[in-house]
Ligand binder design. Sequence first.
Ligand code: AMP
Ligand code: MG
Length: 407
Amino acid sequence: MIPVEQAFQLLDENVTPLPLTNVPLASSVGSVLASEILSDVNSPPHDKSMMDGFAVRSDDVNNGRKNLSIIETIIAGDWPQHPIESGQASRIMTGAPLPNNADAVVMVEQTETEATDTGQRVQLLIDSISPEKNILRQGVNFKTGQTVLPQGHIVRATDIGLMAEVGAASISTREKPTVAVLPTGNELVSHQMKPLRGQIRNSNGPMLVALAQQFGLGVTDLGSSVDDPDQLANLIKAGLTHDILLLSGGVSAGTMDLVPGILKDLGVVEIFHKVAIKPGKPIWFGVNNSEGRKRYVFGLPGNPVSSLVGFHLFVRRAIEKMLGSQIGQIPSEHGVLHTAHETRGNRPTFWPGKRVVDEQTIRKFEPLVWRGSSDLFALAEAEGLIRFQENTTAHPAGEKVEFFPFA
Ligand code: AMP
Ligand code: MG
């Protein structure tokens, strides 16, 4: 049995980022940027009007020249043909490029137009205007060549507009790992069935599939295996064609816990087995190196909450490293306990909890009523796991704790 920090370190040492690849902008949400995004344009691309109105010379207005001759109309997408001379204005639409010599735009609501023998004129209904009014200068948002998103950034839907603006049509990122899920146990039946005597529904399969899908990964559901060496070996072999194989059950010390032995027979090298945590102690992790591609195998303990804790602490960390995320670890939150709590034993406990919002600015975490590793019911309300240190029994309200959020 190794301490949890050592398990993290072993994961970090053994898991390597997947090869680089390119994805089209439209399907890049969730990707980790393998290189920074540079702009190939100024934003805005030209000096432009922020209003529908009239482009003028502010010194004209401020010198009392308020009846101006309209020399052209500039709509968005056009390019101005004439510079503005004293006594002149151009009708301009929002987003349209500003003509030379203009340094302000009077909003259309503050004007009246009239047709005269010598052409269209505009009467300004204002007494003065400051230079730069209603104008956005070229490149004030960002300039050509500027970094708009850093390497390691995880692309959100919000970022897609910015990347479209700067012409990032193809995004450099890492391949996403493929995942296979294989729960084991003679007692398991599909969730579509009513369990008979001695049986239990397979909770872990659908849960692990969904957890991996939350990271945008493609998942193969291998169903489940009975505790039989031949069936286990065959299904594990199928699972080893994926980058990550998530097994559940069969990794503790019982007579039917065949998984570690079969994995070793199939050439998966054990990196660690048993971590000092509660719940989830029997977790097994190993690496298989075949055909130049590393495959990572997690043997998660069968109890559903143990599987869940193993996923959040270890599998997630491996996924992030493979995707090239610079976070490299689960971003935990620091705060204090909202209510007093007791834990037992010589292993750190990861207890289901939720955030508490109150008038204070400090984060508070509330341990939920939870009956142990088979109790998924407590998780319905949980937002993450509160870490309690080992060998301390009473945890008073206000004690500093670390919180590992699920999302
Ligand atoms: P094991 O790790 O195989 O010793 O299983 C520990 C406990 O978890 C036993 O009570 C199993 O019945 C239960 N268990 C194992 N696999 C699953 C599963 N896929 N879904 C729900 N419970 C499970
Ligand atoms: Mg079992």
